[in-house]
Design a binder for this molecule. Structure first.
Ligand SMILES: *[C@@H]1O[C@H](CO)[C@@H](O)[C@H](O)[C@H]1NC(C)=O
Ligand SMILES: *[C@@H]1O[C@H](CO)[C@@H](O)[C@H](O)[C@H]1NC(C)=O
Length: 541
């Protein structure tokens, strides 16, 4: 296109350009076109390629001249213009065929006008040439600045991304004619955002040029400028802002807020009691700030640390009961780690942070403690009241040892001295009660609320204090013709006393009966046979 060929010249003198005359314009045009006027077909019309620069501030701009080659100065010929904008935008001098633009034109609104020309002989009233169509082009000037298309721009990239990482691409467009030189050829540059970001001049791709740490700054406003005319003088420009946010990576390890924590626990606290909290902070956010507290190896028999997932605090709990009198303070060490650490980021997490926890055990007034969990005593039955049974002993575990008093509630048979000695208050009979199972109380004299009990089992031992007795009263009948040796009754005895083996009884007839009795008694240890004496008695076979 002729207008395109003209453009390098226009670019070179952009400030002069509104003052260019049509003549110089067409001169320039001729420079790149065949110097001779172009002939259209066999007809006699001759014209140059017409073009009008847009945005001309003049009410009458000479566009060019229509001529018929039959026009030899004959004043009777008259030129006429028809078609797009004829008479309004474009007017023709009907004598000379000179065409003028009467209005300012905007290529971006309309870049082409199609018109028709007529030449009439006013004497004959006939057309000298056949009507012909021609085109007026509006040539581009750089009157549109680049505009960014997808505003607002926002991008999120991980902190610590390496140099060269892609962030986002911004794109501007320019309404000027892309075919017209550099009017729509854009060049991007960074107005704000150094030294962390760079922009590729031709593509608008924003990249990282320096590593960034979210914990120092978590978002950046980058301003990008697009200039047309590939940035040459006279270029128009547009800018856009890009908000770049850094997302978190786990590049911080948690650190304890204190290097020493002091906690206290009562010796009466049950297992599982939470005795205090420790806290580490982590500059990362979200999952990257989730913590895991734990105990360093030693001392972990007594205390434990669990993590409160809501507050990310470490809760120190009691794993084993503590005893003020045994150990009244502990020094333990705790450590903290992140729960989630990417394999690539372990370099940031070597050497977990540790802290010292000093636990003071507080003393409690505790009840007396018996030396044994229970007591078993033995005493023979039949001993007189006041007899010694056994001694129990309890002590106050507290530092301020209280004297202990003892008592045996609800016992009619025993009493206990202040020194723990149990004595009888009655004679004991094993055959009535073989066991006396007691509960002995120990009471601190300084604080009678502090009471403990211990079971005491008193076994009453047997003495042989009972004669054997017949199991029953026997009434025996015998037939008159009973044979000697015939068994007429078996008798047995019992003994209330306790025996380790079975009782053995000895049976015999009373002395007065032995001499003149018709019966004998055979001591068979267990069984006894009686025979009628008047007959010859024999042992049963
Ligand atoms: C215990 O106290 C009683 C007096 O109440 C005394 O007779 C006895 O000897 C004491 N026993 C011991 C072992 O001290
Ligand atoms: C007393 O304790 C002993 C030993 O534990 C047991 O054998 C006995 O049955 C108990 N007696 C009573 C009356 O509870």
């Amino acid at each position: 296109m002729p207008c395109c060929a003209l453009l390098p010249l226009m670019l070179a003198i952009p400030l002069l350009w509104p003052g260019l005359t049509a003549a110089s314009y067409s001169q320039a045009e001729k420079g790149s076109q065949p110097a001779r006027p172009r002939w259209r077909g066999k007809r006699g019309w001759m014209w140059n390629q017409f073009s009008v620069p847009e945005e001309l501030n003049t009410s009458s701009h000479h566009v060019g001249q229509l001529r018929s080659d039959l026009d030899n100065g004959n004043s009777s010929l008259q030129y006429k213009l028809l078609g797009d904008g004829a008479g309004s935008i474009f007017v023709i001098d009907n004598r000379t065929g000179d065409i003028f633009a009467k209005q300012k034109l905007d290529r971006e609104e309309r870049s082409l006008y199609i018109l028709r020309a007529q030449v009439i002989d006013t004497i004959t009233g006939k057309a000298v040439e056949p009507e012909s169509e021609f085109v007026i082009r509006v040539s581009d000037i750089n009157d549109n600045e680049p505009k960014f298309l997808d505003e607002p721009y926002e991008a999120i990239i991980p902190e610590m991304s390496p140099e060269g990482s892609f962030v986002i691409q911004v794109t501007a467009s320019d309404a000027d004619d892309p075919a017209s030189g550099n009017n729509a050829r854009l060049l991007y540059s960074l107005l704000q955002g150094q030294p962390y970001f760079s922009v590729e001049p031709t593509t608008g791709v924003i990249r990282i040029s320096s590593k960034m740490d979210r914990e120092l700054q978590d978002e950046y406003w980058v301003i990008i400028q697009a200039k047309d005319m590939i940035g040459l003088p006279g270029a128009l420009s547009g800018t856009t802002s890009v908000l770049i946010k850094l997302s978190d990576v786990n590049d911080n390890k948690p650190i304890f807020k204190e290097s020493l924590y002091r906690l206290t626990v009562s010796e009466s606290a049950p297992i599982g009691t939470s005795i205090g909290k420790i806290m580490a902070s982590d500059n990362d956010i979200g999952e990257n700030a989730e913590l895991d507290y734990s105990m360093e190896e030693d001392n972990s028999q007594t205390f434990d640390i669990i993590t409160d997932n809501e507050t990310q605090e470490g809760i120190v709990t009691l794993k084993k009961k503590v005893d003020f009198e045994y150990q009244n303070h502990y020094r333990i060490r705790a450590k903290v780690r992140n729960r989630h650490v990417d394999a690539q980021l372990t370099e940031y997490h070597v050497e977990p942070s540790t802290t010292v926890i000093k636990v003071q055990v507080t003393d409690e007034d505790e009840p007396p403690v018996f030396l044994r969990p229970y007591y078993l005593f033995e005493i023979y039955e039949g001993r007189p009241h006041g007899s010694f049974v056994g001694v129990v002993s309890a002590t106050d575990p507290d530092l301020r040892k209280s004297p202990i008093g003892y008592s045996i509630p609800r016992s009619k048979v025993f009493r206990i001295d202040d020194n723990g000695t149990i004595i009888t208050t009655n004679s004991l009979d094993r055959e009535i009660s073989a066991w006396h199972n007691l509960s002995v109380s120990a009471t601190e004299k300084y604080n009678t609320q502090q009471i403990s009990q211990v079971p005491v089992y008193v076994q009453v031992l047997n003495i042989n204090d009972h004669a054997p007795e017949f199991s029953e009263y026997y009434r025996t009948f015998v037939c008159e013709n009973a044979n000697p040796g015939q068994v007429i009754q078996t008798i047995s005895a019992v003994d209330k006393d306790a025996s380790t083996e079975e009782h053995h009884f000895y049976f015999n007839l009373s002395t007065e009966d032995t001499n003149n009795s018709s019966f004998i008694i055979i001591d068979n240890q267990e069984l006894v046979f009686a025979c009628k004496r008047s007959l010859s008695c024999t042992s049963p076979s």
